[in-house]
Design a protein around this ligand. Structure first.
Ligand code: PLP
Length: 378
């Protein structure tokens, strides 16, 4: 049996008529960049995130970039974030000339440890970027308190957490501004690259609307230099049709997670911890295991789409050596990078597939336990 990491085709087939209709209407209207479909989705997504404004962009990376630029983050500014995230969280900061200051994670939730954040604050700190990794919100109570006390901007990288909540409030509206990605594999995925910024700050939203579209004020009138980081019409139309299904899909992920949690409780793996204030949306279902590389290889041989998010923490990436960090600087992140293992969690997994994943894990880990290792036959 094969258990893919993700089955986008199956999701498409489930609502094919709606999606095809949405794509056709964009063809008929020829609103290929921004336009009505994007505007409609922006309104729906703002409502979904319980914020005043959502601004569609051409990727999650662009959403972060536009946020950082609009907030005037650049040379001389320090921004604190986690080294245990996807590189896009920090890339635009470095392109803008800002200094990235990493701060280690809480090993239970894989998100920023607020106490460490506080220790890293200096006179030059301008913002904190909280990453809601794997679909679980960071500790937004503690981070909000710290940000207020030190007069810092609190930014959410919610690229993996569409629909997750903290104290019952959706991510994207918990900080001063939030960034989402609709890369096809995310919990809410477009048919290509897309992203959005969410905020209650009207001035910031207007600034980002201008920046994404060449700093445009009116036709051929540019009050400042901007970028081409707009959302396409097709993406807006697809996302508008998919959004009503998001809660159902997230619920499916949670049900799969609780099945796994229970089934794996007797095995030598650590299942995910969820803060009682958080509602996790399981963009990834991540275990900690010793001898991760061996298990990963065996699962892949058994045709199970297991993966590692992420094998190299950012402070040890070749492209970021100029930051001057080295091995041992963030021990919690380094340990996580060695131990984490993601197994398929998408909502349309079948019962048979889930059983196969568990039986395979059971088989491999029991054998590992008693010292005789062999791969299972599929
Ligand atoms: C996916 C992702 C991004 C970037 O989004 P793109 O749409 O791929 O540009 C940023 N941050 C995190 C944590 C992500 O997972």
């Amino acid at each position: 049996m094969e258990v893919p990491t993700l089955d986008l085709k199956k999701q498409y087939e489930q609502i094919q008529d709606e999606l095809d209709g949405a794509l056709n209407s964009v063809l008929e209207d020829t609103d290929f960049v921004l336009g009505d479909a994007v505007g409609k989705f922006e309104d729906s997504f703002a409502r979904y995130c319980d914020v005043e404004h959502a601004v569609g962009t051409n990727s999650g990376t662009s959403a972060l970039h536009l946020i950082y630029h609009a907030l005037n983050i650049g040379e001389g500014d320090e921004v604190i974030t986690s080294p245990f995230t996807f590189i896009a969280t920090v890339e635009p900061l470095l392109h803008l000339g800002a200094s990235v200051v990493f701060s280690d994670i809480d090993p239970e939730t894989f998100t920023l440890d607020p106490q460490k954040v506080e220790e890293n604050i200096t006179d030059r700190t301008k913002a904190i970027v909280a990453v809601h990794l794997y679909g679980q919100p960071a500790d937004m109570d503690a981070l909000r308190t710290i940000a207020n006390e030190h007069n810092l901007i609190l930014i959410e990288d919610a690229a993996q957490a569409h629909g997750a909540t903290w104290n019952g409030k959706p991510v994207g509206g918990l900080g001063d501004v939030g960034a989402f990605s609709f890369y096809p594999g995310k919990n809410l995925g477009a048919f290509g690259d897309a992203g959005a910024v969410t905020t209650n700050d009207e001035e910031l939203a207007e600034e980002i609307r201008a920046l994404r579209n060449h700093g445009r004020k009116g036709k051929y009138s540019h009050s400042q230099l901007g970028y081409n980081e707009r959302m396409d019409g097709f993406q807006g139309a697809v996302l508008e049709k998919k959004l009503p299904y998001l809660d159902r899909w997230n619920q499916g992920r949670r049900e799969n997670a609780s099945y796994y949690n229970q089934a794996l409780s007797m095995l030598p793996v650590k299942t995910p911890e969820v803060d009682p204030r958080a509602e996790h949306v399981y963009h990834q279902y991540v275990l900690r295991v010793e001898q991760r590389e061996r298990l990963l290889k065996q699962l892949q041989q058994a045709e199970i789409g297991a993966g590692v998010h992420y094998p190299i923490p950012l402070h040890l990436q070749e492209s970021l050596t100029s930051l001057g960090y080295g091995v041992g600087d963030f021990p919690k992140s380094e340990k996580a990078a060695k131990e984490v293992l993601s197994i398929p969690i998408f909502s349309l997994l079948t019962q048979k597939q889930k059983v196969y994943v568990i039986e395979t894990m059971d088989n491999l880990l029991q054998k590992q336990h008693t010292g005789t290792v062999s791969s299972v036959s599929a």
